[in-house]
Design a protein around this ligand. Structure first.
Ligand code: GLU
Length: 474
């Protein structure tokens, strides 16, 4: 570590978010009062409650934070992590506000956290999440039009269905109860494609940037994903799906890092084989043909084209930033770079694709799930058969006019009318593409130095406009 780096101040996570906000505000000639209102956190609910744990009573610390209520409901995940604290949840809720704005999702930003190791047995998880939900209900902090939780670090479909069940039982007759939480199993009102949504969105975002000739030339890289050397930190839901889609597109996953250590193989990993190994051995280490790296964070410093932190915040900081050799950093996690690391890496010329754009696929598909729940109908249900019949009539006419037969293979493609999963993928891809071009546009038009500040500026612009129209409630 150089002396200069040591001198850098250490900011809290929320302070980092605020600093980025301030940098971006300088590009926008906006009313200071409204900017302040956008930046501050609207509401923090801190909860302590007791849980019977074997023969002792444990006091659990938990939070739900609504950073912005400029659009309702507020939206954001709930995490289980031993490091949960108020500053972290506020910062994550703020990132949700900006994320939703960037991808044009009409929600405010929120986040929840329960301070606990996610590896606790299911029976305690269930007790915890049900109690937490009832605390949120008591204070009117959850509901289809109020605040809608979703999965985050350490939580998934199972926890979401416990939330739903608790909510329904305490809100009898609420016709929109299903929309009180997203990321549910399909059988409980979930939407197809939600599980892989964040990873798929990360993939779409990386693909967009890798298709830009000028950017790739500047980094000395070829256009496209094929052959790009990738390192992924975190093999949870987001990391795994990101790795899967990149692998299927010809990228080479050269290193994978988990809590217990990392594995490295310059020839690349087949991600499904690694996942099977992980399931069997409860560890990614000792994977055949790979080199073990005991200190997992060292894997981030290996030379590669794309480094994808996909776990928790602050993993790249003033201590290790200088040693990062990746040409592109794709932020699948929320806040993986501290502000100091961001500055060091920008100086080095690293291309950073910011979290508030790149990992917005999760909340985008949560929005599709919420729409499905409040409309009480599966996406595509009304028009699917109609389209199939119309397509059938079109190719009957083509065959009649041309006097030629269309092959069975082509007929099957033409006949196909979108299912829910097709619509979700299409909506997600469209969202990630549109927002990417909006980002590039504001970056160029306002002459902003990097994508993160451009992303904040885009978010502020959109939220500001909604305040302009709404006015401020007196
Ligand atoms: N936890 C995810 C995120 O940080 C998803 C939030 C949601 O779907 O509401 O973006």
């Amino acid at each position: 570590m150089s002396i200069n780096q040591k001198k850098l101040p250490i900011y809290s996570f929320f302070k980092c978010v605020e600093k980025n906000f301030d940098k971006a505000s300088q590009f926008l000639d906006y009313d200071k009062g409204i900017l302040k209102q956008i930046k501050i956190c609207n509401a923090v609910y801190q909860i302590f409650f007791p849980i019977k744990w074997d023969n002792e009573i444990k006091v659990i610390e938990a939070y739900r934070v609504q950073h912005s209520q400029h659009k309702l409901p507020c939206k954001g995940g709930i995490r289980f992590s031993p490091t949960v604290n108020q500053d972290e949840v506020i910062a994550l809720a703020a990132l949700m506000t900006y994320k939703c704005a960037i991808v044009n999702i009409p929600f405010g930003g929120s986040k929840g956290g329960i301070k606990i190791d996610p590896r606790i047995p299911d029976e305690f998880k269930e007790k915890l999440i049900r109690r937490y939900t009832s605390e949120l209900i008591k204070k009117n902090f959850i509901g289809a039009g109020i605040d809608v939780p979703a999965p985050d670090y350490g939580t998934g479909e199972q926890e979401m269905s416990w939330i739903l069940d608790t909510f329904i039982s305490l809100n009898p007759g609420d016709i929109n109860a299903l929309a009180c939480v997203t990321g549910k199993p399909i059988s409980q009102g979930g939407v197809r494609g939600r599980k892989e949504a964040t990873g798929l969105g990360v993939f779409y975002g990386i693909r967009e940037i890798c298709n830009l000739k000028k950017e790739m030339n500047n980094l000395g890289l070829e256009v496209g994903l094929e052959g790009k050397r990738v390192i992924i930190q975190g093999l949870g839901n987001v990391g795994y799906h990101t790795a899967k889609f990149l692998y299927e597109s010809g990228a080479i996953i050269i290193a994978l890092a988990e809590r217990e250590g990392a594995i490295y193989n310059p020839k690349g990993f087949n991600i499904e084989e690694v996942m099977n190994h992980l399931k069997e051995n409860k560890s990614i280490l000792n994977f055949v043909g790979a080199k073990n790296i005991k200190n997992t964070l060292e894997a981030l410093e290996i030379e590669c084209d794309i480094l994808i932190p996909a776990a928790l915040e602050n993993v790249i900081n003033s201590e290790n930033a200088q040693r990062i050799k990746a040409k592109i950093i794709a932020e699948a996690a929320n806040g993986p770079l501290t502000i100091e690391a961001d500055e060091i890496l920008n100086k080095k010329g690293t291309l950073i694709i910011p979290d508030i754009y790149l990992n917005a696929g999760g909340v985008t598909v949560s929005y599709f799930e919420w729409l499905k729940n409040i409309s009480h109908v599966r996406h595509g249900r009304m028009e699917r058969r109609f389209n199939e019949i119309k397509n059938f009539k079109i190719f009957q006419s083509i065959e009649k006019i041309s006097g030629k037969k269309i092959s069975e293979y082509e007929k099957n493609i033409l006949l196909h009318s979108p299912d829910e999963i097709d619509l979700v993928y299409s909506g997600l891809e469209d969202t990630m593409r549109n927002s990417f071009y909006e980002l590039l546009y504001i970056k160029k038009y306002k002459n902003i130095e990097n994508l993160r500040i451009a992303a904040f500026a885009l978010a502020i612009q959109k939220i500001y406009n909604s305040y302009q129209i709404l006015g401020i409630f007196p």
